[in-house]
Design a protein. Structure first.
Lengths: 183, 202
């Protein structure tokens, strides 16, 4: 899967915006949006929020987890825990990335948030790598990882599947030796 | 190149794997092939002659039904080298031991030599030990020259390294917002050049 595809999925998440125009409900295939009242917060999909923001038709209200204190706590929790902790949003990386690109003026302490999210990401990736390593070194047939997000899975996928494929081949040498020589 | 040694008739890596040389001993006289052994002058290959044959050839001449030659484990898979791999597989130059170390090793198991079980175990152990280094180096080398990192890897591991790099590069490209920029396809770009070259000629 391409990261752009993961981002596309993330753009379906809902976010609050304050529009500066008034319009009736819009009926879309993905669901109805609106009605918009100037000055009143309304929930719209992320892609629409970005589009409106780019046309300077709204102000984006950042999700409540996008806050230095909350993220600071999250980072601490992630550092302390041996396992993955639950993220405030299954698409935290993509949402941060998209919002920080186009709506920096609506997000207080944008730079700090960027660093914090990146830190959390790095922590989790390091954790993911070491758990992949333990999994490959053990003779386990399955492993359970909770709270992994799609984007994280996506970066490890090409490597992990190939490695497991190769492991399977080498392991079948051990057990399937007798079968293959009976030709 | 996708996964290796899946006994595919047309797989290039499989062909390259099975043309690797293998020390053999002739068990039955083979007539009129004496020229294969350059040190002898006789027309026929005598029993007891030692020579190197390609894996695919040896495989046909040595099986349960036919026993024209007997096969020995090639040196990189013998006890001595296996011990080195057990000591620390991370520092071994697998590419030097055989560019297709794992797949060739797996193929060799088909001969049912006494060491077979040990070799199979050593292959998987070696892979498990080396995987961490490959994973870390492939996921951390962004915009770097990777020839040094991959020099000691065998072909299967290189394939893995490439997969790891793909994961990293795709993500980095997304993070730096390069994915959303539209670029000319490589084909179209070179196509135009070719056309201009054609026009210049005429």
């Amino acid at each position: 899967m391409d990261p752009a595809e993961v981002e596309f999925l993330a753009e379906k998440e809902e976010i609050s915006v304050v529009p500066n125009f008034t319009q009736d409900k819009i009926y879309l295939i993905g669901g109805d949006v609106g009605p918009f009242n100037a000055g009143l917060p309304v929930k719209v999909p992320l892609w629409m929020a970005i589009n409106l923001k780019q046309g300077q038709k709204c102000r984006i209200i950042p999700p409540d987890w996008m806050d230095t204190e909350r993220l600071q706590d999250k980072k601490q929790e992630e550092t302390d825990s041996k396992f993955f902790t639950e993220m405030p949003s299954p698409h935290f990386m993509e949402i941060t990335q998209l919002l920080l690109k186009c709506a920096t003026d609506d997000i207080p302490h944008a730079d700090e948030i960027r660093t914090l999210v990146k830190d959390i990401w790095d922590l989790r990736i390091a954790k993911l790598r070491s758990s992949i390593d333990t999994f490959l070194k053990s003779d386990a047939t399955h492993a359970k990882l909770n709270y992994l997000t799609l984007m994280e899975l996506n970066t490890a996928r090409p490597f992990l599947t190939k490695a497991l494929d190769q492991m399977h081949l080498l392991r079948s040498n051990l057990s399937g030796r007798i079968q293959s020589t009976q030709e | 190149m996708t996964s290796e040694s899946v006994d595919d008739y047309f797989s290039i890596s499989d062909i390259l794997t099975t043309q690797e040389r293998l020390p053999c001993k002739v068990e039955l006289p083979i007539y009129r092939l004496g020229y294969l052994d350059s040190s002898s002058t006789s027309d026929d290959l005598q029993p007891g002659t030692k020579l190197d044959l390609s894996f695919w050839m040896a495989r046909a001449l040595c099986s349960r039904k036919r026993h024209i030659v007997s096969v020995e484990m090639p040196r990189p898979y013998r006890e001595g080298y296996r011990e080195i791999l057990t000591a620390d597989a991370n520092v071994v130059d697998l590419h030097k031991l055989g560019p297709y170390y794992y797949s060739y090793g797996s193929q060799l198991l088909k001969f049912e030599l006494p060491e077979t079980a040990d070799v199979a175990k050593s292959l998987i152990k070696c892979f498990q030990t080396r995987i961490r280094k490959i994973m870390d180096s492939s996921q951390n080398a962004y915009n770097e020259d990777t020839t040094k990192l991959t020099a000691k890897l065998d072909e299967t591991e290189k394939c893995l390294f490439k997969a790891g790099q793909m994961g990293l590069n795709d993500f980095q490209r997304w993070e730096t917002r390069q994915t959303e920029k539209l670029t000319t396809s490589e084909m179209v770009r070179s196509h135009r050049k070719r056309k201009r070259a054609l026009m210049d000629d005429s």
